[in-house]
Structure formats: structure tokens, C-alpha cells
Design a protein around this ligand. Structure first.
Ligand SMILES: *[C@@H]1O[C@H](CO)[C@@H](O)[C@H](O)[C@H]1NC(C)=O
Ligand SMILES: *[C@@H]1O[C@H](CO)[C@@H](O)[C@H](O)[C@H]1NC(C)=O
Ligand SMILES: *[C@@H]1O[C@H](CO)[C@@H](O)[C@H](O)[C@H]1NC(C)=O
Ligand SMILES: *[C@@H]1O[C@H](CO)[C@@H](O)[C@H](O)[C@H]1NC(C)=O
Ligand SMILES: *[C@@H]1O[C@H](CO)[C@@H](O)[C@H](O)[C@H]1NC(C)=O
Ligand SMILES: *[C@@H]1O[C@H](CO)[C@@H](O)[C@H](O)[C@H]1NC(C)=O
Ligand SMILES: *[C@@H]1O[C@H](CO)[C@@H](O)[C@H](O)[C@H]1NC(C)=O
Ligand SMILES: *[C@@H]1O[C@H](CO)[C@@H](O)[C@H](O)[C@H]1NC(C)=O
Ligand SMILES: *[C@@H]1O[C@H](CO)[C@@H](O)[C@H](O)[C@H]1NC(C)=O
Length: 270
């Protein structure tokens, strides 16, 4: 029931914007039809055209049984990028701008572990971070739901992003747009035509990785039953696990350690 409500919510509300003018020169202004691949970022995350303004679709996209979003909205791309590159997804939200206010965790699909996120306001002392989610505010008729893009590269004065539904142009490289940023009085400002709330990085302690065949098989076996977005304290990845790349191993070794301490104390005290 909750899922149904969420879907209805998404159906009604998750929209980004279509066909916004881009001042950038480095754009091939060939508008391609709905469902056409416009480019690839991060090796294997393709972006699709959402067509022109006169089209609205309400088709959902799922990957390996996991809900990604509405074809081909910005939120769908951000969630799919995170899934393919990090094995994680984020919870349903009404509009892209709500990621800024409502998303505090992402969840790894195959084991439901949650990772917290860190939010950097536009104008923060930290340089824009690669592989972060760039969040635009809701903004007039152009971006009524805000917008989300993925930062796929950080150059000395600009970032490169990958996204869907900002426009329907073919990409000229492995990114959709290059957006300048400037350093002013100790703070970094990404400067685009529309207001940017900031960027959101996943605090993953290097514990996430791109989906591989093994993980994909595990996810397919879940048959669409994950995740449920319960990020309770015992499912939140803590910094304890920083020393190991293999979470299962670490989990076991942590418990072995507890047992070891227990046995030690028991022998000592009794
Ligand atoms: C834009 O892409 C189309 C289709 O690939 C191509 O025919 C055209 O030459 C490109 N234009 C520019 C300016 O790169
Ligand atoms: C983009 O990435 C794809 C797949 O990784 C690659 O085949 C292609 O050559 C890249 N294109 C550009 C323009 O770098
Ligand atoms: C919008 O896309 C549809 C379907 O591809 C096409 O039939 C229509 O002519 C397009 N409209 C404009 C204004 O380009
Ligand atoms: C950003 O991350 C991508 C992998 O997603 C990597 O290929 C690229 O080199 C990174 N760029 C920077 C500036 O670290
Ligand atoms: C954008 O959103 C952020 C976070 O909600 C808010 O703090 C900021 O004032 C907004 N900026 C604009 C220009 O609306
Ligand atoms: C994650 O890995 C990168 C590259 O290997 C390293 O520079 C960074 O310090 C690591 N971060 C953490 C939190 O371990
Ligand atoms: C997967 O889920 C579908 C629909 O809920 C169901 O019909 C099917 O039997 C399930 N398959 C397995 C292997 O559990
Ligand atoms: C985790 O526990 C802390 C303190 O015990 C509590 O403040 C926090 O709200 C909990 N977080 C979640 C997501 O349950
Ligand atoms: C994680 O733990 C290490 C070592 O205790 C510490 O240096 C680091 O700052 C911690 N990172 C975070 C994000 O809490």
C-alpha cells in the first residue's frame, strides 16, 4: 500500500524540467526523440532523451527488479547512476529538489546497508566533489520540481555533469554539460543559470562499488523485494568498517572480536 502511494506520488509529482535553454557553447543542439540514448557517463550509465515538451510519459523504469523512477526524468538517472556505480539507491521523493531536504541516507540494495550523506551548500568551503549529486532548487516555471545531476568530473574551474531531462540534446562527451564554478572569499560557488542548493556526497567509507555480475545475480534473486528504506541504526554503515573492503568479513571479524573479549573477560573475572 505504501509502495502504491509512493508510486502515485511519483506519478503525480516527480518531474524535472524539459528543454531548458543552455547558454553553453559546447553542446550539440540536435534534439533527439524520446527513448534515444543521448550519451554515456561513468563507463556504463546511459542517459535517454525525454523528448520534447509536447510529450509527457508515465512509464516507470526498473533495473534488475529495482524501481529507478519515471522514464526519463532526472531523478531516474540519478538513482540509476547511484545503483550502477555504487550499488545503492535513495528513497522516493516528490521532486528532485526534495533530495536536498529529505534524503539523509542511501541504501545498498543487495544487503540493505545504509550510508549517510553529506550536504555541501553552494558556497561551501569545500570544492565541489566528484560523484556527488548536484541539486537545483525549485525555480519558477523552468524548474518547478528542481533538478538533479551527477557530478562526473571536477576540473580546476568547472564541473562536468551527467543527467536526464535537462534538455534532449546529444552529449558531446561522456557528460551532458560543463558548468563553471568559482572560488570567492574562501567558498566555492557553482554558477549556473538556475539556483543550486548544493551537492550531496555519499559517505561510503570506500565500501561501495559498481554493480558486478555477482551482485546483480543476488539482486535479481531478491525479485524486486529490496530495498524498503528502513535505515535503522543497525543498518547504518558506521566508520568501524573502514578498515576492510569486505563487509561480510568485517562483520564476522567484529563479532569474533566481541566473542574474544567476552571469553577473555569471562576467564579473567571468574
Ligand atoms: C550533432 O550530432 C548529430 C548526430 O550525431 C551530427 O549529425 C551533427 O553533425 C552533430 N553536430 C555537431 C555540431 O557536432
Ligand atoms: C563515452 O563512453 C563510452 C562507453 O564507456 C565510450 O565507448 C565512448 O567512446 C565515450 N565517448 C566519449 C566521447 O568519450
Ligand atoms: C515532439 O516529439 C513528438 C514525438 O517524437 C513529435 O511527433 C513532435 O513533432 C515533436 N514536437 C516538436 C515541437 O518538436
Ligand atoms: C571522477 O570520478 C570518475 C569515476 O566515476 C573518474 O573517472 C574521474 O577521474 C574522477 N575525476 C576526478 C577529478 O577525480
Ligand atoms: C535553495 O534551496 C536551499 C535549501 O532548501 C535554500 O537554503 C536556498 O535558500 C535556496 N536558494 C534559492 C536561491 O532559492
Ligand atoms: C577512499 O579511497 C581513496 C582512494 O583509494 C582514498 O584516497 C581515500 O582516503 C579513501 N577514503 C577513506 C574514507 O578511506
Ligand atoms: C517474483 O515476483 C513475481 C511477482 O511478484 C512472482 O510472480 C514470481 O513468482 C517471483 N519469482 C520468484 C522466483 O520468486
Ligand atoms: C540512532 O540512534 C541515535 C541515538 O541512539 C538516535 O538519536 C538516532 O535518531 C538514531 N537514528 C536512526 C536513523 O534511527
Ligand atoms: C573514520 O575513522 C577514522 C579513523 O578513526 C577517522 O580518521 C575518520 O575521520 C573517520 N571518518 C569519518 C567520516 O567519520
Amino acid at each position: 500500500m505504501k509502495f502504491l502511494l509512493i508510486l502515485i506520488n511519483i506519478y503525480l509529482l516527480v518531474k524535472c524540467d524539459n528543454n531548458v535553454d543552455i547558454p553553453s557553447q559546447s553542446v550539440n543542439r540536435t534534439v533527439v526523440p524520446y527513448n534515444t540514448i543521448v550519451g554515456y557517463a561513468s563507463t556504463n550509465v546511459e542517459a535517454y532523451s525525454n523528448g520534447n515538451d509536447s510529450q509527457t510519459t508515465t512509464e516507470y523504469n526498473s533495473l534488475y527488479g529495482i524501481f529507478m523512477g519515471i522514464k526519463w526524468q532526472c531523478v531516474e538517472y540519478a538513482r540509476r547512476w547511484l545503483f550502477i556505480r555504487k550499488g545503492c539507491v535513495f528513497d522516493s521523493i516528490d521532486g528532485a529538489a526534495d533530495i536536498w531536504t529529505q534524503i539523509d541516507y542511501v541504501q545498498r540494495v543487495d544487503d540493505k546497508k545504509c550510508f549517510s550523506v553529506k550536504k555541501y551548500s553552494n558556497g561551501s568551503p569545500n570544492r565541489p566533489q566528484n560523484e556527488s549529486l548536484l541539486i537545483y532548487n525549485r525555480s519558477g516555471i523552468a524548474l518547478p520540481f528542481g533538478h538533479v545531476a551527477i557530478i562526473v568530473d571536477v576540473l580546476s574551474n568547472s564541473i562536468r555533469v551527467a543527467e536526464e531531462n535537462y534538455d534532449s540534446y546529444l552529449w558531446i562527451g561522456n557528460y551532458s554539460r560543463e558548468i563553471p564554478y568559482k572560488y570567492l572569499n574562501g567558498n566555492y560557488y557553482i554558477e549556473d543559470k538556475y539556483p543550486i542548493a548544493g551537492w550531496i556526497s555519499i559517505i561510503d567509507y570506500n565500501q561501495t562499488k559498481p554493480l558486478d555480475k555477482y551482485t546483480i545475480n543476488n539482486i535479481i534473486k531478491l525479485n524486486g523485494t529490496s530495498p524498503d528504506f528502513i535505515c535503522s541504526n543497525n543498518s547504518i554503515y558506521s566508520n568501524n568498517s573502514i578498515y576492510s573492503n569486505n563487509s561480510t568479513y568485517h562483520f564476522i571479524s567484529f563479532y569474533s572480536y566481541l566473542i574474544f573479549i567476552f571469553v577473555l573477560l569471562k576467564n579473567y573475572c571468574m
